[in-house]
Design a protein around this ligand. Sequence first.
Ligand SMILES: Nc1ncnc2c1ncn2[C@@H]1O[C@H](COP(=O)(O)OP(=O)(O)OP(=O)(O)O)[C@@H](O)[C@H]1O
Ligand SMILES: [Mg+2]
Length: 512
Amino acid sequence: MGANTAIELKNVTKVFGSIVANKDVNLTVNRGEILSILGENGSGKTTLMNILSGIYFPDHGQILINGEEVVIRSPKDAFSYGIGMIHQHFKLVDVFSATENIVLGLEEENFNIRRSAEKIKKISEQYGFEIDPNKKIYEMSVSEKQTVEIIKVLYRGADILILDEPTAVLTPQETQKLFTVLRRMREDGKSIIIITHKLHEVLSLSDRVSVLRKGEYIGTVNTAETNESELTEMMVGKKVSLNIRRNDPVDPQDRLVIKGLTCISRDGVKQLDNVSFTARSGEILGIAGIAGSGQRELLEAVAGLQKIDEGSIVYNNPKTGGQDDLRNKTPMQIRDLGVRLSFVPEDRLGMGLVANMDIIDNVMLRSYRRGKTAFLERKPPRNLAERIIHELEVVTPSATTPIRRLSGGNVQKVLVGREIASAPTVFMAAYPVRGLDINSSYLIYNLLNEQKSNGVAVIFVGEDLDILIDLCDRIAVLGSGRITGIVDARTTTKEEIGLLMTKHDGGEPNHG
Ligand SMILES: Nc1ncnc2c1ncn2[C@@H]1O[C@H](COP(=O)(O)OP(=O)(O)OP(=O)(O)O)[C@@H](O)[C@H]1O
Ligand SMILES: [Mg+2]
């Protein structure tokens, strides 16, 4: 072990029942470095970090800190060794302020709230956090909550920070801010361990990257000496082609015709302003835009979950040949027409799955909830669950495993798979690949293409412009709640979309 080593893991193994989540993992973290942990969904990243931060205790192996073997039995132990973790699902108390959350659970002698506020201010200035210490958590954006979590860890004197997929919930701008803070910490001599599925982040932010595959440690490389395809191969264990197979639309029909859609929030902000477009069967319509430009309101309006102030959403019903105005329908009636919304929110816990139920029951929750008898046949849902597991390569011992035992990305695959499997006529997918590994992301893209080939009208809300351009047929760009342009994906450029995204027509940008 080098003089510069902060932590060393030796042969760490963690078993859950029949699953070996970590198998003989070796890992070295240096002082003053940013180390990425990379691996497919379910490869054991979160488990390994939970071991370091005292949430799980390993079955075998050693942890050395500054060359000394240590035993970490609780998060408090971990803090005493300077290790603090920022989890994917924040553990903050909603009705408390930032300051109250930061000091919560501390047993400081002569505790003094003013002195704490002073210390928080100092930390904020040192690393460039912008935060109002008196703001309540429930009033905060996801990015602000994350900042509170980071300050909380720094307040306790952590010099080894672990961040589990911190950027999955951030906009590109917020991600850049976070990275600036992390780089400052590195300069300060702190060690940062970051889990992310975004390879360009691994390459631009970290010094080294360690790869796990199916619970095993594969190796560590310097980011300056590697590239996306080498990392993907290390992760998956073979060469993978990351290609989107886009077919031309076959006989597209107008399925959803949206005219003059306007939604005004309670405080009078136009979240959608005179939005008009058509979504066609057999086509993927992309929606691009800076986060908070009206994407959520638009999809929720179609799904019947958002109050509409003006405009119409006409559904051309392929079964009856008639027309339905979705404005007059309940969310349940809209679902029954075949219009499905899969929205992966920033907080993936609240996404409509029941953690204690198994995969079959969660699939059934959607497809069979209107069944009349109490003793539902589990066979069709079982087949469906097994199909989702197979097609989306969900890492799970079986279809009867409770959702809470799956890794974050695998939970999400079940969610997206469930909606796709429900045979929709209109499928709206917002951020379906948030938290998915690169291989799984392409599985989803190709599933969307398959839906399109089956004649489904697909609406895809995405963040990655390269993917929008490769996947979609047309792209509608939202800027401040308005459609600033609808372009042909086959001929447009990133620059053109970028310009449309920031075009405001003189209106104020809205943040929703
Ligand atoms: N508490 C638990 N009980 C049972 N199995 C678990 C538990 N926690 C994790 N697992 C299993 O251990 C394996 C590794 O999970 P882990 O959450 O560490 O993966 P991950 O690499 O973080 O994946 P993702 O990228 O999807 O977040 C998975 O097969 C998961 O189902
Ligand atoms: Mg994880």
